[in-house]
Design a protein. Structure first.
Length: 317
């Protein structure tokens, strides 16, 4: 649990059992508002955090998910079941899958196989009457003179939203403009990488969304993974730079190894990206056995799959 603003707290949800991996943001305005739930195995961490803040579950008014990838919304049904007065806010394209998560579950099982239960179970449906589909630019008053604005920010996923808090000047960006690694903060300062997960990653839309977020001039970015950074200019410059690096490396590997299978290309790309980034960080005096590399390797493995899919799709059009 960390206080990150006058009314704002960050609860570490220990996604995949890692600290500083995925979090929920709690805004203690007149209407208690929670942004992100992580997956269901993180549920107890969220409940413990709310208890530490002395928040009865019946006082939770608004629950917002930036998108419906299971590490952000998988625990929404479980939490909504215990928050009788809450409304769940989500992009219209995501709403049907929270009401009926059958396709989400089937897709996740196809990818994660026997690890599904450990990573995500249970995924509970949310009553349709409790789900609100937000429109681009729509506003939500959560207190007197306390307004949130919803922005459509595709690029990571077509159903992605970001949330701007006009009170704190914080922008909650989910995965749209990347992953923040607070484990490195004390050693080298801010460090971010793009998140290009399959199967809706779009370079052009991600850059458009970054520019939209930038236009609001937030004082800080609140990442789904993980935490707050006020180094906004660094983020605006670094995400496009790494995106270009990712895309160029992807194109090169596809051209050099056209006969490899999708998974072989993804693995090849993942290893290449990870080694270059690891060496970059080692050159900045990060130790080769730093625990951040365990998380970073997982992130890059997922991003590599989205990169291969996106570049090959565009190549075939």
């Amino acid at each position: 649990m960390k206080k990150i603003g006058e009314l704002t707290y960050l609860i570490d949800l220990y996604d995949l059992s890692y600290p500083y991996r995925t979090g929920s943001y709690v805004i203690l305005s007149d209407e208690i508002t929670i942004i992100e739930t992580s997956a269901s195995p993180s549920h107890e961490y969220l409940l413990n955090g709310l208890n530490e803040l002395n928040i009865p579950l019946e006082k939770v008014k608004n629950l917002i998910v930036t998108h419906i990838h299971l590490d952000h919304s998988g625990g929404a049904g479980l939490l909504m079941e215990k928050c009788p007065n809450a409304t769940l806010y989500v992009h219209p394209k995501g709403a049907p899958h929270l009401e009926n998560p059958t396709k989400l579950i089937a897709s996740a099982k196809q990818v994660y196989g026997e690890d599904f239960d450990r990573l995500f179970d249970p995924i509970l449906p949310v009553d349709q009457s409790k789900i609100y589909s937000v429109q681009n630019g729509e506003e939500l008053m959560i207190g007197k003179n306390h307004k949130l604005s919803f922005l459509y920010t595709p690029g990571h996923a077509n159903h992605h939203i970001s949330i701007f808090d006009h009170n704190s000047k914080y922008m909650y960006t989910g995965d749209t403009i990347g992953i923040y690694y607070p484990q490195l903060e004390s050693e080298i300062g801010a460090f971010v990488l793009p998140s290009t997960s399959p199967n809706q990653f779009s370079y052009d839309l991600m850059i458009e969304s970054l520019n939209l977020i930038k236009s609001y001039k937030p004082d800080a970015i609140c990442f789904g993974h993980f935490g707050l950074s006020n180094q906004t200019q660094y983020i605006y410059e670094t995400i496009p730079s790494y995106l270009d690096f990712f895309m160029n490396k992807t194109s090169t590997i596809i051209e050099q190894h056209p006969h490899l299978t999708f998974y072989e290309k993804s693995t090849y790309l993942s290893n290449a990206l990870f080694e270059e980034i690891k060496q970059e960080l080692i050159s900045k005096n990060i130790q080769a056995d730093h625990p951040v590399f365990n998380i970073m390797k997982l992130d890059i493995e997922v991003s590599a799959m989205g990169l291969i899919l996106s570049v090959e799709k565009n190549k075939n059009q």
